[in-house]
Design a protein around this ligand. Structure first.
Ligand code: NI
Length: 158
């Protein structure tokens, strides 16, 4: 168990495209454990491997719906609906922005045992899946905000 250093916006590694995982190794098992520790310690609902400096297609998500998801080589195979809402990121501390995302996604991935899984996400889980998968292609939510970023301490007025 270890807390890893979270890379912040401006670090080039957040803009790289990550490589697929071809086999589970002890090193990757440790990485995944550390990603959960790091995410929970920072009170995040998701974390992607490049955020801890590893260019592999791995994300962990826990939106407090009773289940935590490890998604390896994830792909969104279906999406529907639209939701507009505020989003933040552990790599952009103290900031939020409004992003339009699908309201429902179907995601295929591999789990920690390299077994194929399908995760259906709605609402916040759909948003988290989209956000974390973007990280694997070097995309940050700030690239997609409707009206830029604002401080969590001074929310914009409606
Ligand atoms: Ni993020």
């Amino acid at each position: 168990m270890a807390i890893r250093n979270i890379r912040v916006d401006g670090d080039d590694i957040l803009r790289k495209v990550c490589k697929p995982v071809t086999e589970m190794t002890p090193r990757i098992e440790t990485l995944i454990e550390d990603m959960y520790d790091t995410m929970y310690e920072a009170n995040g609902v998701g974390l992607a491997a490049p955020q801890v400096g590893i260019l592999k297609r791995i994300v962990v998500i826990d939106v407090c719906d009773g289940e935590a998801y490890t998604l390896i080589n994830p792909e969104i195979v279906e999406e529907s609906g639209v939701q507009e809402g505020d989003e933040g990121c552990l790599s952009l501390p103290g900031l939020v922005g409004t992003v339009v995302r699908p309201d429902r996604v179907v995601c295929k991935a591999l789990d920690e045992n390299m077994n194929e899984i399908t995760v259906v996400g709605e609402g916040l889980l759909a948003r988290a899946i989209c956000h974390e998968l973007d990280h694997l292609d070097g995309i940050l939510y700030k690239d997609k905000t409707l009206d830029g970023l604002y401080s969590v301490d001074a929310p914009k007025e409606d």
